[in-house]
Design a protein around this ligand. Structure first.
Ligand SMILES: [Fe+2]
Ligand SMILES: [Fe+2]
Length: 182
């Protein structure tokens, strides 16, 4: 694998891994603050980030060894409103800057698996921005967010609220591959 794509994948893996943990921590805080649906949203999306990290790791399976990984990681344990803003900022960065640049490099280097793994991730992150923004609006109005069942595709992390599609629009997985967070 070209070294620049490999480094970008490791950075994305690091970013997704930290997002996974950060959302679980912020989920516990949302429970403490009395927002169980926000907590459930954080846990569902934490699983989507786990799927992304897993896909990136698998693409890197033959690039073995110890590496120092440089990745953006958000820090801070604030109020649930502040944590949601942190989540929105991190997701926006991935959608608007990080993944488009990484996907463009992978494409230029004909690294098809890396391009696919990171293109799948960015489609989910777009939904995460929307769902976190709705959650923050509710919390800032003083109440929990209204939230149906959140479904996460176990293969690509595609995230949808309400009803799982018959086929994942991102990776074509069958409906049975969606994990429900109810
Ligand atoms: Fe995300
Ligand atoms: Fe999928």
């Amino acid at each position: 694998m070209h070294s620049m794509t490999a480094e970008n994948l490791r950075s994305a893996y690091g970013g997704e891994s930290m997002a996974h943990m950060r959302y679980l921590i912020w989920a516990d805080k949302a429970d403490q603050d009395g927002f169980p649906n926000v907590a459930r949203l954080f846990r569902a999306i934490a699983f989507a980030e786990q799927v992304h990290a897993t896909n990136h790791f698998n693409v890197l399976r033959d690039v073995a060894g110890p590496f120092s990984v440089t990745a953006g990681g958000g820090f801070g344990l604030g109020s649930t409103s502040q944590n949601l803003q942190g989540a929105i900022d991190g997701e926006r960065f991935e959608v608007e800057e990080m993944y488009p640049a990484y996907v463009a490099v992978a494409e230029a280097q004909s690294e098809k698996a890396a391009q696919r793994s990171m293109s799948w991730a960015v489609e989910a992150e777009k939904q995460h921005v929307i769902l976190y923004t709705q959650a923050k609006q509710a919390v800032d109005a003083g109440h929990d967010v209204t939230l149906g069942v959140v479904y996460i595709c176990e293969l690509c992390g595609h995230t949808v609220e309400g009803e799982a599609p018959d086929k994942c629009p991102v990776c074509n997985a069958a409906k049975k591959h969606y994990r429900a967070f109810a």
